[in-house]
Ligand binder design. Structure first.
Ligand SMILES: *Cc1c(COP(=O)(O)O)cnc(C)c1O
Length: 367
């Protein structure tokens, strides 16, 4: 049986007519860049996250960047994040002129190891960006307590966590600002590129909206040097439709994960993800850990099972960041995860037969 890693067509087909009609409404209104469809999505997404505001932007990288710019992060500053994340988290820091400073992840939740946070804080630290990797929240209460003690704002990288919860509170409402990606493959994905930034703070909301709009509050009057980071109307319309079904889709992902948990238990050499008691994860990725991963992937592919690696190289070891001077051994948990992570097929429409085929293939290869 063929099991794709992700099947967007299976996800979109049941809603295709409704989404196409929403797109036509944008065309009828000529509301292509920013505009009323974006405003409507912003209100709906803020409500979904339990925040006062959402600023719709062009992608998740811009969301992180504008969040940091709004907090006045710039050259000479440091921003703390984790090395086990998508490159964009660090890129957004670098594009403010600040320096990324890494704290390793902890091995159970794959999120920022709060016990190592305080040692990384210096007088230059201007923000902390925990990453809710794979849709599982970082341990926010102790993290926020340390941040508050030092007066440092927290920006959640919630790009993989649309609808995830921490002790019942939604991702994006936990820090000062939440940054989301709506890249097509994310749990809430556009039909193109999009992102969003959530906050309760009206001043931060205004500043982020200004940066996305060429630094202007009033058209052609530019207070600061900004950027073209608007969300486009068609993406907002698509997202507004898909948002209505997100909670259900996340619940289906959790069911898929529970099925994997049962079927994969006890396979030698396979370590399964174990959510923390505080978490309600949304399984953007279902990542197991396995030694010999690189040899296993083509053998699974030969059995029709597509897999992925998120991520094979931690950010501190990326060539692009060679100048930061980090070395292998600096963040051992992130490095061990990069060597052993294997992302299994995961999407809401994955069938029981497909889940069983994945488990059968893994058992045949490892058992
Ligand atoms: C996807 C992602 C981003 C970047 O989002 P884009 O919309 O692709 O720019 C940032 N951080 C993490 C953790 C992501 O997964």
């Amino acid at each position: 049986m063929n099991v794709p890693f992700l099947d967007l067509k299976a996800h979109h087909d049941p809603r295709r007519a409704e989404i196409m009609a929403a797109i036509e409404a944008v065309v009828d209104a000529n509301a292509f860049a920013g505009g009323s469809f974006v405003t409507r999505f912003e209100a709906a997404y803020a409500e979904f996250c339990g925040t006062r505001f959402c600023v719709g932007v062009a992608n998740g990288t811009d969301a992180l960047w504008f969040a940091l710019l709004a907090l006045n992060v710039g050259p000479g500053d440091e921003v703390i994040t984790v090395p086990m994340t998508f490159m964009a988290t660090a890129e957004a820091i670098s594009y403010t002129g600040a320096k990324p400073v890494f704290v390793d992840i902890e091995p159970r939740t794959f999120t920022l190891d709060v016990s190592q946070l305080e040692a990384a804080i210096t007088p230059r630290t201007k923000a902390i960006i925990p990453v809710h990797l794979f849709g599982h929240c970082a341990d926010m209460d102790p993290l926020l307590a340390i941040a508050a003690k030092h007066g440092i704002p927290v920006v959640e990288d919630a790009a993989q966590a649309q609808g995830a919860r921490y002790k019942g509170r939604p991702a994006g409402s936990l820090g000062r600002i939440g940054a989301f990606s709506f890249y097509p493959g994310k749990n809430l994905g556009a039909w193109g590129e999009a992102g969003g930034i959530t906050t309760d703070d009206p001043d931060l909301r205004d500043r982020m909206a200004m940066f996305r709009e060429h630094g202007q509050k009033k058209k052609y009057y530019h207070d600061v040097i900004g950027w073209n980071g608007r969300m486009d109307g068609i993406q907002a319309a698509v997202l507004s439709v898909k948002l209505k079904y997100l909670a259900e889709a996340n619940a289906r992902r959790r069911r898929v994960a529970a099925r994997y948990d049962t079927l994969l238990a006890g396979i030698p050499g396979l370590t399964l993800p174990v959510p923390a008691p505080y978490a309600e994860p949304i399984y953007h990725i279902y990542a197991v850990r396995v030694a010999g991963r690189d040899a296993l992937i083509p053998r699974l592919a030969a059995r029709g099972i597509s897999t992925g690696i998120h991520y094979p190289v931690p950010v501190h070891l990326q060539q692009a960041y060679a100048a930061l001077g980090y070395h292998r051994g600096d963040f051992p948990v992130s490095e061990a995860c990069a060597d052993t992570f294997l992302s299994l097929p995961m999407y809401p429409e994955l069938s029981d037969d497909q889940i069983e085929a994945v488990a059968t293939a893994l058992r045949a290869e490892l058992g």
